[in-house]
Design a protein around this ligand. Sequence first.
Ligand code: DGL
Length: 269
Amino acid sequence: MDTRAIGIFDSGVGGLTVLLEIAKALYNEELIYLGDTKNFPYGDKSKENIIKIAKKCVKFFIDKNVKLIVIACGTATTQAIEELRETFNIPIIGIVTPTIEAIKKQTINGEKIGIIATEGTIRSKKWEKELKYNIPNIEIINQACPLLAPMAEQGWIVNNVAKETIKEYMKPFINQNISKLILGCTHYPLFKEIIREELGNDVDIINTGEKMANYLKEYLKEKGLENNMNKRGECSYFLTDIECNFIKVASNILQEPDIKEKIRKINIE
Ligand code: DGL
């Protein structure tokens, strides 16, 4: 039993798609969300820069005495997780392992899997390497979608611009017989319905937040880190910059009109 909070971070609103799944699956856990809005977007930054930024996020959580850190960001997971684990003595879970652990049980030889993510994530080739290592004889189609995370931060997730942009980004997958599409950036579940319209119902659209929540549940149980208090866990929110759309977009995503009161500005420099 461990009542300390779980730290969850991303560059902005994307990680909230992970937070929502965690809050649903792990009712009792206290959560602390860090939106590093000052450094948004992560997707087009160099690996070196992402490592530097991610280390600051981890230090913030260590100061908050969390029991575990979730990197609710594909870009930081694929480019910084090894360095973070080498530097800090705290459990750190990124979105890649939980997702691969879950889908490898449901994937057969010869399947074709699509991956969409930020430029940094696609450049890292992390998903492709890990998938091919864990599931032999699969084919991968990668597609960077650099406009989607900035659009999500604007709250442009259901308008015509979103529809046209998704249409364009989905072109490499049309008539390719992919069985799964991994949403390798945590902002992308916000576009899931439009993606579904483009790809149809036969493609399994993978939300990494769902896989993270299931994985985390098992992980906490196995390590004796669960919070067994008989009450709903609270979530507090920290942003590195508040002059942004986070509050408006987050209150829609979380269905919490008074989210503003729970958000505090923090300096992690
Ligand atoms: N949500 C993030 C990801 O999963 C970051 C997007 C960005 O900041 O560019 O990659």
